[in-house]
Write a new protein. Sequence first.
Length: 86
Amino acid sequence: MPNLIKHARSREAAAWLKKEISEQKARYRRIEHEMNVTIAKQRDKWIDEFLHRIQTRGYHVHFNMQRRIKPDEIPKRPKRKFKVVF
């Protein structure tokens, strides 16, 4: 274990830190709920549209060279619930 510099945190700093942590956790829960519950159906639709687009139109590999993705290159959707984590 490296030698750490000992320091004391003031009560005001500790209170601010505690408040900041609780606000960040609340923000995270709100964003996570939005992405995994509220817009889940729309997100699945976006994913399906993207997979269709790269199989029909393809994507640009370099400048004007395009490559289409074959259906067997697309991974199978897992049986578990799709969850966004950030």
